[in-house]
Design a protein around this ligand. Structure first.
Ligand code: HEC
Ligand code: HEC
Ligand code: HEC
Ligand code: HEC
Length: 434
């Protein structure tokens, strides 16, 4: 019997292995791309503004998203009832004297109401720029690509309104082909770039908060073209934002009582939350509390019914906290502490505004000191408004909220003293408060 040589065995083995590997590669290659577990029922075009089209593929996300139209429950400091804030706290009428927020300032509601609510507010008029639609509609994604952000912004509100048919929708947060979370607002993209950040490198958990920053942030309209800009170039703390506005010499309006050049803050939910809050530092995201996982039979999905977590605390907090009662009670305690502190700040700012007004009427008042007093009024109020315009009554970051309010109260009292000093009449001046 002839012996089979070891070389022969080796060659045959190698040949079989090579064929096997090639075969396997061919098999893998000829498989369809594993985009989704279940093939989509319908193809959704990249800019599709109509959420019902996306809803064909994702009925659970769509049906929960629709619920944002029905929510109408009020909570102690939030919820979805469009309460007139000016009636709850009449101090706001003085604080926003000579600007639109002193006429109409309602509590926010669900995402499905975004277009109706912005079109119905008494703050909108013929001079309103199209930029006001920036955080309201699913049509924006297509419009920004077609028109560019600059032309979008400079189109008058009423003209642009003819192209706005949809409220906020899936396309504001998702890429239609992969369903990945994406940044869609060019202003957010730019603001991150200015900080040397690229959202494409963010982790999934970071994106679960960042998509909200497309809209839940402080912003301003730059220049004649009213381009939407986030004032983050120096950082996202209130001190950085204030410094930024000072440097570009920006103001939204002149205060009706004090004559100070003022800044209106707009819902800085993302900035307050990310300013080293306990939850942010622990890696918790907006979606963890506002989009808790929900079950439909065997399917687990993120509830797209974004609303107050206090209406659903078992799902929103219970995934991480063993005692839901304990933590919701903490929310109530924190919010009441922040509210009480905020009212003290408001009284201090109002007294400063009236002191400046009274000082301005005194003959021989020192114009330099008066201007300094106005500057202090501006500084105090933009700090207070950072917390007042934020949507959680301090809960997103309790210690930072109280730190900012303490500093606002201090600056307001400095403004009041400066006004008195400007009169050169010592402390004899009579200050009238409402
Ligand atoms: C740890 C849980 C938690 C996280 C994380 C969180 N929130 Fe909240 N949020 C709350 C609670 C609690 C309230 C207060 C609700 C109330 O007063 O009814 C709230 C209130 C709000 C409101 C107002 C809701 C209303 O009913 O008017 C908005 C808007 C909001 N959050 C957005 C955000 C955004 C954006 C982020 C991320 C930047 C975020 N939240 C992160 C728990 C959370
Ligand atoms: C405001 C932003 C936002 C909008 C608008 C939005 N989503 Fe989402 N969506 C999210 C976030 C955040 C997640 C969680 C993603 C993660 O955990 O990676 C998510 C997750 C999903 C997922 C993955 C599975 C799951 O449930 O976690 C699907 C599918 C989805 N959304 C579909 C939709 C559809 C359909 C719409 C429109 C009806 C929509 N989304 C609107 C933010 C949004
Ligand atoms: C495209 C802009 C946009 C994006 C993106 C967005 N929001 Fe909103 N959100 C709004 C606007 C505008 C309102 C107020 C609508 C109104 O009052 O009509 C709102 C309201 C809310 C409310 C209050 C609901 C109520 O019933 O009072 C919550 C909570 C909320 N958003 C959470 C989130 C979270 C969490 C994310 C991110 C996962 C997010 N939003 C992303 C624009 C946006
Ligand atoms: C994804 C997990 C997660 C979710 C969801 C969550 N929390 Fe927390 N929470 C934490 C972590 C982590 C801490 C840090 C302290 C700890 O380890 O217990 C914390 C701390 C707290 C604290 C103490 C805060 C402090 O500054 O000491 C309160 C109050 C609280 N959570 C309330 C809530 C409420 C209310 C909800 C629901 C609206 C909620 N949390 C949802 C993870 C979570």
């Amino acid at each position: 019997m002839k012996k089979i040589s070891p070389i022969m065995i080796l060659s045959v083995t190698i040949a079989i292995l090579v064929i096997a590997v090639l075969g396997l590669l061919w098999f893998i290659q000829s498989q369809p791309d594993p985009i989704r577990g279940i093939p989509p029922l319908t193809d959704v075009s990249p800019n599709e503004p109509d959420s019902s089209v996306w809803g064909v593929n994702f009925p659970n996300q769509y049906s929960t998203f629709l619920m944002t139209a029905e929510n109408n429950t009020r909570t102690a400091f939030g919820g979805s009832e469009p309460v007139q804030k000016l009636e709850v706290d009449p101090r706001l009428v003085v604080l926003f004297s000579n600007m639109a927020f002193s006429k109409d300032y309602k509590e926010d509601r669900g995402h499905m109401h975004s277009v109706t609510d912005v079109e119905e507010t008494e703050r909108v008029n013929e001079t309103t720029p199209g930029t006001c639609y920036s955080c309201k509609s699913a049509n924006n994604v297509e419009l920004w690509k077609e028109m560019g952000a600059a032309q979008y912004a400079s189109t008058p509100f009423s003209t642009l309104g003819k192209k706005i048919t949809e409220p906020i929708g899936c396309v504001n947060c998702h890429d239609s082909a992969s369903m990945r979370l994406v940044v869609t607002n060019p202003a957010l993209e730019k603001a991150l770039e200015a900080q040397g950040k690229d959202w494409r490198t963010f982790t999934r958990q970071e994106m679960r908060s960042l998509v909200c920053a497309n809209c839940h942030v402080e912003y301003y309209f730059a220049g004649e073209g009213k381009l939407l800009v986030f004032p983050w170039a120096k950082g996202m703390r209130i001190e950085n934002i204030s410094e930024f506005y000072q440097e570009i010499d920006f103001s939204d309006w002149t205060h009706g009582e004090s004559g100070a050049p003022m800044i209106k803050m707009q819902h800085p939910d993302y900035e307050l939350f990310t300013a080293d809050s306990t939850h942010y530092k622990a890696g918790v995201a907006c979606a963890d509390c506002h989009m808790p996982y929900t079950k439909d039979g065997a399917a687990k999905f993120s509830s797209h019914n974004m609303r107050s977590p206090l209406l659903n605390p078992e799902a929103s907090c219970g995934t991480c906290h063993t005692s839901v009662n304990y933590v919701t009670e903490r929310v109530s305690i924190i919010q009441n502490q922040v509210w009480d502190t905020m009212v003290i700040t408001e009284d201090a700012i109002i007294e400063a505004a009236y002191a400046i007004k009274a000082a301005a009427d005194v003959t021989g008042v020192d114009p330099v000191l008066l201007a300094e007093a106005r500057q202090l009024h501006r500084e105090a109020q933009l700090r207070w408004d950072f917390i007042a315009a934020e949507n959680s009554m301090g809960f997103h970051n309790p210690s930072e909220a109280l730190r900012i309010l303490a500093s606002a109260t201090d600056i307001a009292r400095q403004a009041q003293l400066k006004a008195i000093e400007a009169t050169g009449q010592g402390l004899n001046i009579q200050v009238s408060t409402p």
